[in-house]
Each structure stands twice: as C-alpha cells, then as structure tokens.
Design a protein around this ligand. Structure first.
Ligand SMILES: Nc1ncnc2c1ncn2[C@@H]1O[C@H](COP(=O)(O)OP(=O)(O)O)[C@@H](O)[C@H]1O
Ligand SMILES: [Mg+2]
Length: 254
C-alpha cells in the first residue's frame, strides 16, 4: 500500500494514517546532535524508541495525561492522532546537565533546588533558542492558557516518570516534551502530549553509578550507544523478545 509521506524529520517519518485525523510515526535509527551538525546511526534505536515511547505514553494515559498515542502497529511504527504541534520544546530539568551547565557554569550532576521548566523555540535555523513566556505569547506561538496547561502537564509527567524510572534504577535528569492542539467534536481545543519520550529525548542515568544511558552516549562519543538504549528497554520490560538480533525490524515500505 502506498502511503502519503507527510514529513521526514531527523529521527522519525510521518505518514498519513489509515483514518482521517491519524498519522503513522515511523521510528528511524538515524541520530543527530547539536542541531544536526553530528549525524549517525544507532542500530535498533527506532525499534526500541517505538516501544519505550509506547510504554511511557500508555502509563501516562493511565494517570489521565492526554496523549496523541493510539496504538503500536509494528516494530517501527505507531498510530497517533494528528495534532497541530505547538512549536516549543518544553524541557524539565531535575539535575544540571548539557546546555544548562554551560549557561550557568554549574557542574554536571548538580541536583537543582527544584525542577526547572524551560521553553525552547522549535526552529532549526535559529538553533532552537531559549524563549520566555513573553516571547511565546507576544509572537503567538502559544496562549497564556496553553502555557499554563503545558507547564502543569510537564510537572505531572516529571513527577510520575521520575518515580517510575527510579523504580527501575534510573535517574530522570532532564527531558524534552512536545505538545499539540487537538479539537474534539464540539470544537473544544485540548492540549495533548505528542512526539515521543525515549532515550533520544531524556537524560537517564543509572541511579547507583551515574552511568549515562541515553543519547549523550552518541553526542559525546562514549560508545555502547545501542546497548544503552537496550538497557533502558530491558529495565522497563519492553525489550523485544528476540533481543538485539531482531532490532533491525522491517524496512519502510513505500
Ligand atoms: N501527533 C502529531 N501530529 C503532528 N505532528 C507530530 C505529532 N507528533 C510529533 N509530530 C512532529 O513530527 C515530527 C517527528 O519527527 P522528528 O524526526 O522528531 O522531527 P524533527 O527533526 O523535526 O525533530 C516532529 O516535527 C514533531 O513535532
Ligand atoms: Mg524530533
């Protein structure tokens, strides 16, 4: 079956879904970092991120967080509701890491006095700059009410995922969320969690050793990148049965 390809991003491809208002998210093994200046492939990443993101979205739905996730279709694809993406990356930080350390000259690993939520504009040309509520509302990227909804959802997601991950020996250092707008039959708009939650979008450290089990292994050339993604999937109980040998999955049919 030929499907219309709607968008090809750095880590995923979006196809037209089987029903109106749906999309298929295809997870690639491609990895990029530093605004796509660094490119590579992490074998099996797409298969694992598809599973890991499914797992998180389902658990979040159970606690009443609205998400775009409908169901997993196969090794690399999931059906989602099409939303109007709000062009912001909502970042929640519990521990100083990455660009935060450069900005404030803090040592990586410093626990923050409380969780900090930041907004970045999703714009590759501008290098995803940090923006404030003032910029967001003045330029109309989101309304004050939307921001309030996203902030509260992000903090609830942080509390829930921090606990869930601690239970499997992982520290949720920080993560990035994307939200979208969805309209129901009564034309009522709702903000829903979209995109993905995976080791591409989270910093996850082993609780005991502080070993990095996320995309920083790729960014910083630390080695054992695919193994780190597998370890996260294994701890969450979603590593595919066949294990690493079967992580290639089916090739995209087009
Ligand atoms: N439910 C959805 N509806 C519409 N667009 C979505 C949805 N979920 C995620 N997206 C968008 O699809 C793209 C996913 O592909 P990705 O490779 O992550 O792209 P990018 O390189 O822009 O980060 C992103 O631009 C993301 O904002
Ligand atoms: Mg993306």
């Amino acid at each position: 079956m030929r499907r219309r390809r709607i968008y090809e991003g750095k880590a995923k491809v979006l196809f037209e879904g089987p029903e109106p208002g749906t999309l298929v998210q295809y997870f690639k093994d491609d990895a990029t970092a530093y605004n796509a200046q660094k490119k590579g492939v992490i074998t099996g990443k797409g298969v694992l991120n598809n599973r890991i993101s499914e797992f998180f979205m389902l658990r979040l739905a159970e606690i009443g967080i609205p998400t775009h996730f409908v169901r997993r279709l196969n090794m690399r694809e999931q059906l989602v509701r099409q939303v109007e993406i709000i062009p912001l990356e909502v970042v929640v930080r519990n521990v100083a890491a990455g660009s935060f350390c450069e900005r404030f000259k803090t040592e990586e690993g410093t626990a923050l006095p409380r969780s900090i939520v930041e907004y970045y504009l999703k714009n590759d040309e501008l290098g995803d700059p940090l923006v404030t509520e003032e910029h967001i509302t003045a330029f109309g990227w989101a309304a004050t009410q939307d921001l309030d909804d996203m902030l509260h959802l992000a903090l609830r997601i942080n509390d829930f995922l921090s606990g869930l991950l601690m239970g499997v020996g992982l520290k949720l250092v920080d993560f990035k969320l994307e939200f979208g707008r969805l309209w129901d039959e009564e034309e009522q708009m709702r903000i829903v969690l979209a995109d993905e939650i995976s080791p591409d979008s989270c910093r996850l450290w082993d609780l005991k050793t502080n070993e990095k089990l996320d995309k920083d292994r790729f960014r910083r050339d630390l080695g054992s990148v695919a193994e780190a993604y597998q370890e996260v999937a294994r701890r969450l109980g979603v590593l595919p049965e066949a294990g690493p040998v079967d992580l290639q999955g089916p090739k995209v049919v087009q």
